[in-house]
Design a protein. Structure first.
Length: 242
């Protein structure tokens, strides 16, 4: 009888583990689905603008980029992708934005090897780039803006740091504190894109994942996410660099 009970307990624990794993995967998918419609709205609005202008050459170029974006977001059913795949996607995304706005956005990537092969949530960086563009760079009304994505190991090697920085308007100290408080809440009506990225990163890399925001008015915004190295999976496959 004791052996039977022990086996039953093991079965229940296994079922519980499977249920928690399924719940975690469903949460990741749900958070991801909240990001995709927002991005698609902006993309379709860009197409509409070019159609009204009857600029068919730009429409043709834009459609080429759009097809690449849709292929990435719709044909890849995996929840995670290699970092380089996300960077390639971001290059098309920024290229699309540069066709719409006079302000030309320059996207740079500094990735420590072999971290281009690290697995991250699909569409895990796009909302951060979008935030930099629409809330930092474009409001500055400068002829160009810069966004830099850096991924590197911490000096002690305990963390992988994913950093996105821009040279946009930046935030006042009070606004920065407000954003930081919102990130600690599970649900918020503001900064949805940033919060969803943060929640997905925690779901994938664990509760020890950290996020740090630094900013000053006129000096841009820097977002750093510290991922525990032991929870980061790296697949070594060759990709062309951004």
């Amino acid at each position: 009888m004791l052996n039977t009970m022990a086996v039953r307990i093991q079965d229940l624990l296994a079922d519980l583990h499977d249920s928690e794993d399924l719940k975690r995967k469903l949460e990741i998918r749900a958070l991801q689905s909240q990001i995709n419609p927002h991005f698609m709205y902006n993309t379709l609005n860009t197409i509409r603008m070019f159609a009204m202008m009857k600029d068919y050459e730009k429409i043709n170029s834009l459609m080429g980029r759009l097809v690449a974006l849709l292929r990435y977001s719709m044909e890849n059913f995996e929840q995670t992708v290699q970092l380089q795949q996300e960077l390639d996607y971001l290059a098309d995304y920024v290229g699309l934005l540069n066709m719409r706005y006079k302000c030309q956005i320059h996207l740079e990537a500094e990735i420590e090897e072999p971290l281009r092969g690290m697995m991250i949530p699909k569409l895990g960086l796009q909302p951060l780039i979008e935030n930099s563009v629409f809330h930092g760079i474009l409001p500055r009304k400068a002829p160009e803006g810069h966004i830099r994505v850096r991924v590197y190991r911490s000096p002690g090697g305990s963390h992988i740091i994913v950093q996105v920085e821009d040279d946009g308007n930046g935030l006042e100290e009070a606004d920065l504190r407000k954003v930081q408080l919102q990130l600690q809440q599970e649900e918020s009506a503001e900064n949805i894109g940033l919060q969803n990225v943060w929640m997905r990163m925690k779901l994938l890399f664990g509760a020890e994942t950290q996020i740090l925001l630094t900013s000053a008015p006129g000096e841009g915004l820097t977002i750093r996410m510290l991922l525990p190295s032991g929870n980061v999976l790296i697949k070594e496959e060759h990709h062309e660099s951004l």
